[in-house]
Design a protein around this ligand. Structure first.
Ligand SMILES: [Zn+2]
Ligand SMILES: [Zn+2]
Length: 388
């Protein structure tokens, strides 16, 4: 019986090996270029990412990128002769047990878009290290799409998330740095679309001077790529940081960023100006998904000072005054974060690092305060943050 009879694709003569950590869409870009400019869906079909001539929906909407189902891995391996781990590492599922819950959403062993969004990851967001992209001919790493990665540890520069000429955000589905073709972009002061010919390669870099942020990024990078037998240690780490990042998002100010680079301080100051009101800080879930790279860097840097500090409660108090005011909005934000997904599961397996901070959230004023919805618009917006 031939491979075609088994539903397996034909073995390709020309296969480019994925870079370690490369995203599946990036690998499809380079494969399509190598195959004379096939479209990405056509490339997905010949490489076995999509089954046969069927629906293109799983690629266009990203569902083909989440879970390395056994049949899919078998198809890709039949077409490309890549190893099983080379194939599996290109899917979002690889972050199970680090930034994704080891057991998945609703305890199903499946990674989906829903799983990612719940854990602060927008699968369509794309950030690039200009130097890495130049060296590799336009390829990107899946880790760059995580909110936990804001700096390239190799080149000590901030990741770039938008075209510096027109300001249009890069996206995993529409940006193709391999081809480096002009991209569609909204025309200024108009509802029309135009073409911008600025390259997605040879982007200007913003160097990182902030050694604290570099050390943090290296630590997160190592945790992200920890071998499976060392988990769930990294998962606990990301949970603790997530909880404290929630706190920083609602309560931190630029003065908490001493030693940070100007690009981070200024972006966080803009963020505060845009979202601070008389009743506290507010934002919509869409705004949360679209936080700029330097704002992620700011809140995770602030969170890390608490999580890795000698006295996490004192560090948290320096940001939010938690133990001074048992009814502060910060406590509500934190408690909701802790008891909602994704932190709902944290108490069972997280580390004791931030126990003292979480005790304040647990034991300060529960039942004494009005319900979250009646407290204040800020407190209500905490729900938005945590139930995504
Ligand atoms: Zn780099
Ligand atoms: Zn542009």
């Amino acid at each position: 019986m031939s491979k075609q009879d088994l539903g397996l694709p034909r073995r390709l003569a020309l296969v480019v090996e994925p870079l370690p950590g490369e995203a599946l869409l990036s690998w499809l870009n380079i494969m399509s270029a190598e195959h004379g400019g096939l479209t990405r869906p056509q490339t997905a079909q010949i490489t076995g990412v999509l089954a046969g001539e069927g629906s293109l929906y799983p690629l266009a909407h990203g569902s083909a990128l989440y879970h390395p189902h056994a049949a899919k891995v078998a198809r890709i391996r039949a077409a490309t002769a890549l190893t099983e781990s080379q194939v599996a590492e290109m899917f979002w599922h690889r972050y199970r047990g680090t930034v994704l819950h080891p057991l998945g959403s609703r305890w199903v062993d499946e990674t989906t878009r829903h799983t990612l969004l719940k854990w602060w990851i927008d699968p369509n967001a794309l950030r690039l290290c200009p130097r890495c992209v130049d060296i590799s001919g336009g390829r990107w790493l899946l880790a760059w799409q995580l909110p936990w990665v804001f700096v390239c540890p190799t080149h000590r520069c901030y990741l770039v998330e938008a075209c510096p000429t027109c300001g249009r955000a890069f996206t995993a589905h529409r940006t193709n740095p391999v081809l480096d073709a002009p991209h569609r972009t909204p025309l200024p002061n108009s509802t029309q679309w135009g073409q911008c010919s600025a390259p997605a390669r040879e982007l200007p870099t913003v160097p990182v001077q902030d050694n604290e942020l570099l050390a943090l990024q290296q630590r997160l990078w190592d945790a992200l790529h920890a071998p499976a037998e060392q988990r769930p240690e990294p998962f606990g780490l990301f949970q603790d940081l997530w909880a404290m990042a929630c706190l920083a998002l609602f309560t931190a100010h630029p003065e908490h960023l001493d030693g940070a680079d100007a690009v981070v301080r200024e972006a966080f100051a803009d963020y505060c100006r845009a979202h601070d009101g008389t009743a506290g800080r507010r934002f919509t879930s869409a705004e949360l998904r679209g936080l700029p790279v330097p704002v992620h860097a700011a809140v995770i840097r602030t969170a890390a000072r608490i999580v890795f500090g000698e006295d996490p409660l004192a560090a948290a108090d320096a940001v939010a005054g938690l133990s001074r005011d048992p009814h502060s909005t910060a406590i509500v934000a934190l408690r909701r974060a802790w008891h909602s997904s994704p932190l709902r599961f944290a108490t069972r397996e997280n580390t004791a690092r931030i126990e003292t901070v979480m005790d304040v959230a647990k034991y300060s004023g529960p039942g004494l305060a009005p319900s979250l919805k009646r407290r204040s618009p800020t407190a209500a917006s905490a729900t938005v943050l945590c139930e995504r």
